[in-house]
Design a protein. Structure first.
Length: 247
């Protein structure tokens, strides 16, 4: 009897498109998830069991086209598949649902608060659904939902703590790639914002400058002390006093 494995009949990631081919509406849909991904790559640099996708296609059904959220985080999967990296995120290959999905709302709504939200809850069962809408005026820019009994429940706070991930997510003004505006950031359990790679570099440069200045000042103080000692020695000798014989 032949051994039949239905997974062998499903298309692989190499045979599928790597996105949904829908262009982003604005730069924020790329920059915001990219900032979150870059910060994770720094904070979790020694962890290899996570993956953060940016505008990457997620295949959940071989008979359906991919969906491509602006960002998504999966835990318990390989960070790198091989040197060519992932072409797409195929659920029947990964065997892990993303734990968090992020949608950045553009001026043109695409169902982020309705159809997409319903899809992530009912069809996929994503634990955390994060929606960021910078153009909102009467409601919060950032909403974080948690799946409870098949329904998304809005969580309160800024930042919002995500225990299964071990990080919080929130919004505040900052500078990224020279752009001063409100961004999304990761936070620790105490509510302290995690530094971005740019900020880590700036902090290291400032510390190196401080250390260099401290060394220069120490050398100057040492030189001044030596000059004073030399001057005192010369004055004592002029008075007929041998400094080496002073008790």
């Amino acid at each position: 009897m032949l051994n039949y494995n239905p997974l062998h009949c499903l298309p692989s990631s190499e045979e599928l498109l790597d996105s949904d081919d829908i262009p982003v509406d604005n730069e924020l849909q790329d920059l915001i998830p990219s900032l979150l991904k870059a910060t994770l790559a720094l904070v979790w640099s020694d962890h290899w069991d996570w993956f953060f996708g940016v505008r990457m296609g997620i295949y959940y059904d071989p008979n359906q086209p991919a969906i491509a959220p602006d960002g998504f985080l999966s835990l318990g999967v390989k960070r790198f598949v091989d040197e060519d990296l992932r072409l797409s995120y195929v659920l029947w290959e990964e065997n892990k649902l993303p734990m968090l999905v992020l949608e950045v709302v553009s001026p043109t709504y695409r169902g982020e608060y309705s159809t997409k939200k319903e899809f992530y809850a009912k069809e996929l069962g994503i634990l955390y659904y994060v929606v960021y809408s910078p153009l909102r005026r009467k409601k919060p820019h950032l909403e974080v939902y948690r799946l409870v009994d098949g329904e998304y429940i809005l969580m309160s706070g800024n930042p919002v703590w995500l225990p299964e991930i071990g990080l919080g997510i929130g919004r505040e003004r900052g500078i990224y790639q020279g752009i001063a505006r409100e961004w999304l950031y990761w936070y620790n359990e105490e509510g302290q914002r995690l530094l971005t790679p740019e900020e880590r570099i700036k902090e290291a440069e400032e510390w190196a400058t401080f250390e260099q200045q401290r060394r220069v000042e120490a050398e100057q103080h040492q030189l001044l002390a030596e000059q004073r000692t030399q001057l005192l020695t010369e004055r004592l000798k002029a008075l007929g006093v041998d400094p080496e014989n002073l008790a």
